[in-house]
Design a protein around this ligand. Structure first.
Ligand code: HEC
Ligand code: HEC
Length: 194
């Protein structure tokens, strides 16, 4: 009996080590402390779990393109993607130290956000939930690039977001990105009181 339970304990330790090891590869770009190496590599620490999983899946399926991410996900099993999503969602979202948007920029962003209803999905503090991305405190350059990519169809994994970005005047995207990047939001806000 003792022998059998030792084996079980050994087995789960190996599974946890395996994810730690897979996650080390991610750290080379997404950062060993959660701060990515550059402003076109998104924060994944503390990002919403369902969203993380869907992006890994979509990079593997090829509906979301990235020459950097595609080789990383090529050999992952579905369970690895679930495990990586669970691993990263439980880490603390880093403070990238981006400035709050000046009031004229914030006002422009607020009015664009109201007319499209961004908060209806990304929630009040842009913290996201489930399969809807957190936007608050993400890199400004990355946010802008993704909004443009949804808009011109080069990011094609969510047709709903593409339609919304086409409905948003192009000149509103930069103010939106600056506003969202400058928001400092606790990662657990609105997440079931965790
Ligand atoms: C060689 C650098 C590199 C490595 C290694 C890497 N990533 Fe990425 N990752 C990127 C870049 C760059 C993007 C942004 C792609 C784009 O512009 O669409 C990205 C995007 C993502 C996204 C989408 C985030 C969002 O907000 O939409 C997820 C999730 C992700 N990576 C997870 C991982 C995981 C998990 C690993 C390790 C298994 C990993 N990445 C390893 C560079 C990397
Ligand atoms: C109908 C719901 C809905 C509305 C309204 C909406 N979004 Fe989204 N948004 C989503 C979902 C779902 C995703 C994740 C798409 C995916 O799986 O790739 C997303 C993704 C994004 C991303 C990519 C995040 C990342 O890490 O790559 C950005 C940026 C974004 N939305 C900005 C906005 C802005 C700005 C508005 C308002 C102008 C808005 N969204 C309105 C549902 C919505």
């Amino acid at each position: 009996m003792l022998f059998a339970s030792a084996l079980v304990i050994g087995g789960s330790a190996i599974a946890a080590d395996d994810i730690e090891q897979k996650a080390q590869i991610c750290a080379t770009c997404h950062g060993a402390d959660g701060v990515p190496i550059n402003n076109t590599t998104p924060v994944i620490w503390g990002q919403d779990e369902g969203y993380l999983y869907l992006q890994l899946r979509d990079f593997q399926k090829g509906t979301r393109k990235s020459p950097l991410m595609e080789p990383i996900v090529a050999d992952l099993e579905k369970q690895d993607m679930y495990d990586l999503a669970a691993y990263f969602t439980n880490k603390k979202w880093p403070n990238l130290g981006q400035p709050s948007a000046p009031s004229d920029v914030a006002a422009k962003a607020e009015s664009a956000a109201k007319s499209i209803g961004c908060r209806g999905c990304h929630l009040d503090h842009f913290q996201g939930d489930g399969t809807t991305a957190r936007l608050a405190g993400q890199w400004q350059e990355y946010l802008l690039s993704q909004m443009l990519a949804f808009r011109d169809g080069s990011r094609g994994n969510n047709p709903g977001m593409s339609d919304l970005m086409k409905a948003t005047p192009k000149e509103d995207l930069e103010p939106l990105s600056k506003y969202l990047a400058g928001l400092q939001v606790d990662q657990y806000i609105g997440r079931g009181g965790r």
